[in-house]
Design a binder for this molecule. Structure first.
Ligand code: MLT
Ligand code: MN
Ligand code: ZN
Length: 303
């Protein structure tokens, strides 16, 4: 299985258009060893030709332009995107659907909860109906498996997670099963497994089980500390409150991952305030010592 990181940043990307935080300022002024990042999306394939896209970020146009394997190959209109899976209905994970409006029917796999948001609070599906058809395929929230036509040799297991629905959603403070999912992608012929979960607020037992079974993890790398946005005077929001487990500290992602033996461990969905974006920082050295990688745009993994 081939995994391509299209965008490794959280909402806003890095640097964020209006942000002057320690990281964004230094990256803009070439004062830091780090990489710019677009917003959260990956693509997976087993033949490098037919791809399942996870999330459609507002940066999708640039992400596709940077990735020849997914570009048109034959006929007057063509794409390597055979289907799309949305892990939630966040603006930074779904807005790119609008940029795909020139396409043929869009085959979109998401939970009924996500569909509800995308037909009410952020009615992308309704709007797109006048440009291209959106075929919604509901995905399970109980970890049961399914396959996707056109995406050969991959099997998917989707499970509900404790994270958060977007600020615009009626579910923001009223969690529903299926507001967010984690996905296990298994290559049928090899048994290799990826666990993808860019929004992970809590490590429930089924999450730990998925992590232990996986060969590669791409998990929530949004924040280093619980109060990172507060201490930088950006927002009063705490990491866990908005559905993201911080990396450092007791019960944080580093501690959780230290209990995972087999998998390659990669953080993804990195917020622009996170000190790990500075490749010379102490937090980054702590990750190195723990054997945890930080995803970047264009990273490709052969599993
Ligand atoms: C999230 O996934 O929590 C987002 O990155 C939030 C946002 O878009 O601001
Ligand atoms: Mn996000
Ligand atoms: Zn910033």
């Amino acid at each position: 299985m081939k995994i391509r990181v299209l965008g490794s940043g959280a909402g806003g990307g890095f640097p964020q258009w209006n942000c002057n935080c320690h990281n964004c300022h230094r990256l803009r002024h070439n004062q830091m060893n780090g990489k710019a990042r677009t917003q959260s999306s990956i693509a997976v394939s087993t033949d490098s030709r037919n791809w399942l896209l996870f999330n459609t970020s507002p940066d999708i146009r640039a992400q596709l332009e940077a990735f020849p394997a997914i570009q048109p190959k034959e006929g007057i209109r063509d794409t390597g995107i055979k289907a799309i899976m949305l892990i939630d209905s966040q603006i930074d994970h779904t807005t790119g659907l609008l940029m795909l409006r020139e396409g043929k029917p869009l085959e979109v796999y998401c939970t009924d909860m996500v569909k509800q948001d995308l037909t009410t609070g952020f009615p992308l599906f309704n709007m797109l109906a006048d440009y291209c058809t959106v075929n919604h395929h509901p995905v399970p929230v109980d970890g049961s498996s399914f396959t996707i036509p056109g995406i050969d040799d991959l099997r998917f297991y989707t499970q509900a997670l404790k994270s958060k629905a977007p600020p615009y959603s009626p579910h923001r403070h009223d969690p529903h099963e299926g507001d967010n999912i984690g996905v296990i992608v298994e290559q049928i012929s090899t048994g290799k497994k990826l666990f993808y979960s860019p929004g992970l607020g809590e490590i429930e037992p089924h999450v730990m089980a998925a992590m232990q079974a996986a060969d590669c993890l791409m998990v929530d790398g949004t924040f280093w500390t619980e109060d990172e946005m507060c201490t930088q005077n950006i927002s009063l929001k705490k990491a866990r409150e908005i559905g993201h487990l911080p990396q450092s500290g007791p019960g944080g992602m580093i501690e959780v991952l230290s209990g995972v033996k087999k998998a390659r461990k990669i953080l993804i969905h990195i917020n622009n305030t996170n000190p790990i974006l500075d490749e010379d920082s102490e937090p980054r050295k702590m990750l190195d010592a723990a054997g945890i990688e930080v995803a970047y745009d264009g990273l490709e993994i052969d599993l």
